[in-house]
Design a protein around this ligand. Sequence first.
Ligand code: APR
Ligand code: PHB
Length: 384
Amino acid sequence: MRTNVAIVGAGPAGLMLGRLLDLAGVDNVILERKSADYVLGRIRAGVLEQGSVDLMERAQLAGRLHAEGLVHDGTLLSFDGDSHRIDFKALVGRSVTVYGQTEVTRDLMEARTGTTIYEADEVQLHDFDNSPSVTWRKDGVTHRLDCDYITGCDGYHGVSRASVPATALTTFERVYPFGWLGMLVDKPPVDHELIYAHHERGFALCSQRSPTRSRYYVQVPTSEKLENWSDEQFWDELRRRLPARTAEALQTGPALEKSIAPLRSFVAEPLRFGRLFLAGDAAHIVPPTGAKGLNLALSDVAMLADALIEHYGERSDAGLDAYSVNALDRIWKAERFSWWMTSLMHVFPDAGAFGRRIQRAEFDYLTGSLPAQQSLAENYTGLL
Ligand code: APR
Ligand code: PHB
């Protein structure tokens, strides 16, 4: 089998890259370890920057997004019960759209015209310095795909980054001493916008997927076990951390899904190794506080798609040569913002009294300063 671009991973990064290449007539094959149902069953974040909405339009897939997505012009921040709305629209003239990553993935999967091989086991990358190929096993048989380029869109635990010699890779990492316990519930959201709450017991987030489906999170220690949290315990803890009026308005119900995700900042450099390119979570992780993970994955593959299309169309490698530097520039800015918002909104076990006062001063500075709010709004809605 032969193709132009072998794409490893059918998350939003791999599927969007495949879609953009298909629309431009660049042949590609996607290899995914899991089944399509498994990929669609993963519950992930759901806030799209305008740039991500624009990309869905370019992919000719924005119909359902515009019909069902919820446009948010602001968000509420609360600190020990004191609340302040950040008005994105007034501050920077932009908004975000709440539309689940699962829905983005479904739209991309349904539109896919190129070949996707699901349940591809033991994917291996070969000779990406010269003449790349990918092998995998399916139904007990080993298959091989020769290609011009391999794109590693296979997430943080994928095989692509792991295939690069350690000496060629520099990694930067911060692991936070806590995770998010998340719960999905078929109840209307407590507010029409998101609420990010700092409380002395820990961070909490009120998010949503639709007018009838909500997503809530509470900060928990990394060591916390899911089985220690009944639905009732979750609701009690969430209520404690929210402003009183929000806590009273909260509509609770049985969990549709409940999981704990660790928080991590991670960047691998560079993003190109000969004919192998990394994109999305394969190359970087942000803590979810700034809602940047999905947006960053999509902006990586928009750049990579343009570069590959330029290579096949105009026979120019300028975009491919610049991809790593240009994508990393945006990635590090999103890393900074996600780290900053995480630092402001969470309780750090070792912060001490000084650290907590600094967090409070940061919140007071933010809520009293239009330029500071503008900076938050600019980053949250997406740097241009
Ligand atoms: N072989 C083939 N596929 C693999 C392999 C492998 N060895 N390892 C992982 N995969 C697949 C995973 O099953 C997954 O479907 O790669 C895909 C990677 O998808 P994501 O983890 O969703 O990563 P990405 O597409 O970069 O999207 C990033 O996901 O984690 C969130 O916050 C993050 O929203 C962001 C988005
Ligand atoms: C979510 O809805 O899952 C969500 C929203 C905003 C975030 C993180 C997660 O910052």
